[in-house]
Design a protein around this ligand. Structure first.
Ligand code: SAH
Ligand code: SF4
Ligand code: F3S
Length: 443
């Protein structure tokens, strides 16, 4: 019998990527094979994101297009999962307006996916299953990871921070930490199977362990992963400035496998806006953390997230953001236009910034940040960097691509080098988004 086929489109952050690996694991067990195009698939899954309006609009557009395909292939199944449909009203809207969708399920019931799929197959109607509560952490679910080199590993689920603009706490539930033993065992297993790098995942990794009976915090866990698992490289994200501390900086400095890169979203440089955002720190506190980090890990790369046009943001507030970007000199920044999310406090605030103003500020911010990204890359010219090889470059098959410990992409050429190798590369050229290098042959 021919194998059933599926295709999956994943939106949003690494949490969704990681969940997609679990869904792929289930589908493998059910005998499905992954294909590229929806036109060749018996099942199309969209694992959705709700963090900004744009992400949601893309999904609606795509559901519409799939509906047209379904006219010719009514047996094709469509499943929609993830953060967007964890919002009950959005899930109901999809069920009502797109009745050809077979299955809608949220972020808390991924473990039930095989049964839900079965129910959807047997039912003539849309199966909609959302759980309000996240419940206990479920261990032991299957996972099909794609590259065999780098893996995402959850350490916490959910978020308790309720930043005033953010939908994540509503669609991912309260913060839950996995037990340290389960994390260590998973990473050991990955290292034994030849994986070279893990990224420990949480919306706020620094609050790891607060809900556990064990007396363990994130710095302790990171130290254990470094010492006990045998994995070559460890990364983690996202760090929250409120909970980042000197103990952690010391662990990063001491841990051989711990990569010298921190993603520490600042969001805004204005104390007034930070307060309205409910971020729980000031620009001075953030600058203090940067100083601690530089003292303990001098070659540490620092990236951030920035939101432009939060309600009430004045020109003066925005200048404070530009100023802190200049002061810190981030290696990279993800910059976002503020997007009102229904149900979050910020969406109700007065002084929503007009779209034109947001875009104009966004352009100015990007200009400053791009200059810094290039400058930080240029500082690496002439240096020898440790690079984990990912494979041939996407744009030029003769070139290899990989990442430095500081998480910068390097393109370089070399013979007899394979994906998964860790090599030394001399940096010869810097571009805003990547580096060019040549393999370093020690004499
Ligand atoms: N937990 C992480 C981030 C998760 S969401 C943290 O606290 O840093 C990723 C990024 O999306 C955020 O850092 C923020 O910059 C951005 N973001 C979240 N909600 C947004 C919104 N409503 N509009 C614009 N950007 C938003
Ligand atoms: Fe959202 Fe804030 Fe939680 Fe990050 S820490 S997921 S921005 S609420
Ligand atoms: Fe989006 Fe959900 Fe991540 S809302 S950013 S996919 S946690």
């Amino acid at each position: 019998m021919l194998k059933k086929t599926y295709t999956m489109q994943v939106f949003g952050c690494q949490m969704n990527e990681r969940d997609a690996e679990t869904l792929r694991g289930f589908l493998d067990e059910l005998g499905y094979e992954e294909v590229e195009k929806a036109a060749d698939a018996d099942l199309v899954i969209m694992n959705t994101c709700a963090v900004r309006q744009k992400a949601e609009e893309k999904v609606f557009g795509r559901i519409g297009r799939l509906g047209k395909m379904k006219v010719d292939r009514p047996e094709m199944m469509i499943a929609i999962s993830g953060c967007m449909v964890q919002q009950g009203e959005v899930a109901k809207k999809i069920k009502k307006n797109y009745p050809f969708v077979n299955l809608i399920f949220g972020t808390h019931n991924i473990a039930a996916f095989p049964e839900l799929l079965q129910r959807a197959k047997e039912s003539g109607e849309t199966v909609l299953d959302l759980w309000e509560d996240a419940g206990e952490v479920v261990e032991g679910l299957p996972a099909t990871r794609k590259d065999g080199i780098k893996a995402w590993v959850n350490i916490t689920y959910g978020c308790n921070n309720f930043c005033s603009y953010c939908i994540v706490p509503y669609v991912r539930g309260r913060e839950r930490s996995r037990l340290p033993g389960d994390i260590i065992t998973e990473i050991k297993g990955l290292a034994d199977r030849g994986y070279k790098e893990v990224t420990l995942l949480g919306q706020n990794v620094n609050s790891y362990g607060k809900d556990l009976e064990d007396d363990i915090d994130f710095a302790d866990l990171l130290g254990r992963v470094d010492r006990e698992t045998g994995i070559a490289r460890v990364r983690f994200m996202t760090s929250h400035p409120r909970d980042f501390n000197e103990k952690l900086a010391k662990v990063i400095a001491a841990g051989e496998s711990i990569c010298e890169h921190i993603h520490l979203p600042i969001q805004s440089g204005s104390n007034r806006i930070l307060e309205l955002m409910n971020r729980g720190y000031s620009r001075e506190h953030y600058l203090g953390l940067v100083e601690i980090l530089q003292r303990h890990v001098p070659d540490c790369a620092l990236s951030t997230d920035l939101i432009v046009g939060f309600p009430g943001e004045t020109e003066e507030d925005f200048n404070q953001t530009l100023d802190i970007v200049e002061k810190v000199g981030f290696d990279a920044a993800f910059t976002f236009l503020y997007s009102p999310r229904q149900g979050t406090p910020a969406a109700e605030l007065p002084g929503q910034v007009p779209s034109g103003v947001k875009k104009e500020r966004f352009g100015r911010l990007l200009e400053v940040q791009n200059r810094w990204s290039l400058q930080r890359s240029e500082a690496l010219i002439g240096k020898i960097e440790e690079v984990l090889v990912e494979g041939p470059s996407k744009t030029d098959a003769r070139t290899l691509t990989g990442r430095t410990r500081s998480s910068k992409t390097v393109n370089f050429s070399g013979d007899d080098i394979r994906a998964g190798d860790i090599v030394r590369v001399e940096i010869v050229e810097a571009r805003t988004w990547s580096l060019v290098g040549r393999i370093w042959l020690e004499s």
